[in-house]
Design a protein around this ligand. Structure first.
Ligand code: NAD
Length: 471
């Protein structure tokens, strides 16, 4: 029985690999024949993607609810609108983005045409994560289509309902010659990565990113990595505590803390902590009532594995729970939880929390806070809350992070004109708006030489004369 099971498993794996290969061959053929290249084709596909989003909004919301119990408001804001805004922005700007960029010239190239031409890379692979499964899969696709590529999407298998829906909808709306979805988890993705792609755009965790880079190295494939990390929130100096608590709580507990840009931990003085705690408590109650488990605005933890990971972290932490702490495995619920007296060596400070747990750590001075941040890996986002612009500027100038936002959290990533991406361990490359188009384009430096100035070329032809140097 065991042997025939192994045989069956091998057959299924081989079939899947053959299927993957067939899909990839189809996309490569289409790219080589120039199908996704014309501006009109790109616009038509972006229109079709917009139609997919608007005609299926209810189904998308239902899938997100099934996967994460995502509140409708949060799903609309973070998955639906982020993608539709991205599509509309690309449609409105595509013509401009596609124009050659003429560059400055020197004396020797005065009569030539010198410009940068944006060209598609080829067939790109987009691997998505589960926390914003529509946004992190379709937003990069917008950039890939706009730049004239073919694309293979691999949504996260963890957000299963959304994965299934995307696999069903994409072929219905988009050109099957140029775009496709493959489903599956780690094993299928590893097999997929054995193939040559022209670019890999990966959103997910740091450990998996290492294997993505290794697989890409085999084919020298360029990679964009949109990762996570521990985003600090420094709160320092005078400020409106009530407003700060609202913005902080919203950013932290949105999607039950399962956001790559969620403030992971708070750094503030002991005095600030004492002022913040009652403000956070009042905010939590006004946002999610005194029984957050019954509140429709509180999302759930995506899987039992993540629920176990988070509750285990809470159990092992030496910090003191001052709010929340309750959990219910059946419901994959964890209450919005705040801890104080958390040390740098605490389990909560080891890796990205990615859940509704917020440790507050204390510092005595701003310099100590900056030093704390700089001792750790560069985060995807860094937040500073303060009324004092000197505090904000000091933190901005003395730290490094993928993005930066003062006096709020998460919202900086909603602006298409800002690049979104990490630095150091939080990722490489960026996207959103024009940046997505650039990520999926090759900037080809072109010089169209004129024959007019041939007489001055004697200066560079042998026999060389040193007196010609510096012409
Ligand atoms: P993950 O790395 O476990 O999975 C991401 C994708 O990789 C999935 O599609 C999965 O099927 C695939 N995968 C998993 N194991 C693999 C392997 N061994 N080889 C090849 N592929 C594999 O990440 P996740 O749990 O889905 O997402 C959470 C992480 O993503 C967090 O760290 C979060 O901060 C980060 N994230 C970052 C952004 C961003 O834009 N920077 C956005 C969302 C999430």
């Amino acid at each position: 029985v065991c042997r025939s099971y192994i045989h069956l498993f091998r057959c299924v794996t081989r079939c899947r690999m053959e299927e993957q290969k067939e899909v990839l061959n189809r996309l490569q053929r289409s790219f080589r024949s120039g199908v996704p290249l014309p501006e009109q084709f790109r616009l038509a596909q972006l229109d079709a993607l917009l139609k997919l989003m608007t005609e299926n909004e209810d189904q998308i919301l239902a899938a997100l609810h099934q996967d994460l119990n995502k509140p409708k408001f949060e799903a609309v804001l973070s998955d639906i609108e982020m993608v539709t805004n991205e599509i509309c922005f690309a449609i409105n700007n595509l013509h401009t983005w596609m124009q050659p960029e003429y560059v400055s010239k020197n004396l020797a190239t005065k009569m030539d045409d010198c410009f940068i031409r944006r060209e598609p890379l080829g067939v790109v692979l987009i691997i998505g994560a589960w926390n914003y499964p529509v946004q992190v899969t379709l937003s990069p696709l917008v950039g890939a289509i706009a730049a004239g590529n073919c694309a293979l999407l691999k949504p996260s298998e963890i957000s299963q309902a959304t994965e299934k829906l995307l696999a069903e909808l994409i072929p219905k709306y988009l050109s099957q010659e140029c775009y496709a979805v493959v489903c599956g988890g780690a094993e299928e993705t590893k097999k997929l990565l054995e193939n040559r792609f022209d670019h890999i755009f990966y959103t997910g965790s740091q450990p998996v990113a290492r294997s993505i880079l290794q697989a890409a190295a085999v084919h020298l494939t360029p990679v964009t990595l949109e990762l996570g990390g521990k985003c600090p929130c420094l709160i320092y100096g005078n400020l409106d505590i009530k407003a700060a608590a609202k913005r902080l709580v919203w950013a932290k507990f949105f999607n039950a803390g399962q956001s790559c840009v969620a403030p992971d931990y708070v750094l503030c003085t002991p005095q600030m902590r004492d002022d913040l705690i009652p403000a956070i408590r009042a905010t939590l109650e006004s946002f999610y009532t005194s029984e957050p488990q019954k509140c429709p605005d509180m999302a759930r933890i995506v899987t039992d594995r993540h629920w176990n990971r988070l509750t285990e972290m809470l159990r092992k932490s030496a910090g003191k729970v001052v709010m929340g702490g309750e959990s219910d495995q059946q419901d994959r619920y964890i209450a919005p939880t705040v801890l104080v007296d958390v040390q740098e060596s605490d389990v909560l400070m080891d890796e990205e929390i990615f859940g509704p747990i917020m440790p507050i750590l204390t510092i005595e001075t701003l310099e100590e806070g900056i030093d704390f941040v700089n001792r750790r890996e560069k985060p995807l986002a860094l937040y500073v809350f303060s009324d004092d612009s000197k505090v904000v500027t000091t933190v901005l100038e003395q730290t490094s992070s993928g993005g930066f936002c003062s006096n709020d959290g998460i919202v900086h990533m909603t602006l298409q004109s800002l690049p979104f991406g990490g630095v150091g361990a939080s990722g490489m490359g960026s996207y959103h708006g024009h940046w997505g188009f650039e990520t999926f384009s090759h900037r080809r430096g072109c010089m169209m030489r004129s024959w007019v100035l041939e007489p001055i070329n004697v200066l560079r032809y042998p026999p060389y004369q040193e007196s010609s140097l510096g012409w």
